[in-house]
Design a protein around this ligand. Structure first.
Ligand code: ZN
Length: 203
């Protein structure tokens, strides 16, 4: 096993979930630790991207997502406006933008006209969805990290195991909205067969 626990050639992908300005400190829907996650992920990609066969990034990309936005959000099912397509808030955090510009990757967008937490609801500009791209790329195992652990990361990981991928969440390279729901989602992911792993610690 290599440091990241995967080996190139075995069909592995690294998926960066929604590491966008609006989810980082100062953003419309800031998550505590979001910018740290962006920095740590940039370091991780520089160190380990070569071990993966595919680098993918998802982004929340809202045009008019109906009830997903609210003036009086409950922060469970409705949220302040965030990641509006074409705005700075929807851009990747600069550190992540930089590593994406340095590394070949596939970028998936989701949530244009409805809420979409899972990156498996996201598509490339040509319309191909995440599962299709991964399967056609010979990918069998996925490492997932990003924002936010208790929503989009968890939803993506649960879909990944459902789709039959060996799935790990790099928990130290992810940050959650609420500590309680983060813990609850971690338990749910473990029960579903998601491995909770660490990207920054030697294993
Ligand atoms: Zn959203």
């Amino acid at each position: 096993m290599t440091a990241s626990g995967t080996r190139a050639g075995e069909g592995s992908a690294l998926l960066l979930v929604d590491v966008q300005n609006d989810f980082c400190e100062g953003g419309a829907l800031q998550v505590s630790g979001g910018a740290d996650v962006a920095r740590s992920l940039a370091r991780y990609v520089r160190g380990y991207a070569f071990e993966y066969d595919l680098l993918a990034a998802s982004r929340d990309w809202h045009v008019d997502p109906a009830g997903h936005f609210s003036e009086e959000p409950d922060f469970v099912d409705s949220w302040p406006a965030h990641c509006v397509a074409g705005t700075t808030g929807a851009d990747f955090h600069p550190e992540v933008e930089e590593i994406l510009s340095e590394n070949p990757h596939q970028m998936f967008s989701k949530g244009m006209y409805s809420a979409a937490y899972s990156a498996f609801e996201a598509a490339l500009p040509d319309g191909r969805g995440m599962a299709e791209v991964l399967v056609s790329g010979g990918i069998h195992s996925i490492d997932i990290a990003g924002l936010c652990t208790d929503y989009c990361v968890a939803a993506t990981a649960l879909d990944a195991v459902r789709e039959g991928f060996r799935t790990r969440v790099l928990i130290d390279l992810s940050a959650g909205v609420h500590p309680d729901s983060t813990q609850a989602e971690i338990e749910k992911m473990k029960l579903a067969g998601v491995e909770i792993a660490f990207g920054q610690k030697p294993r």
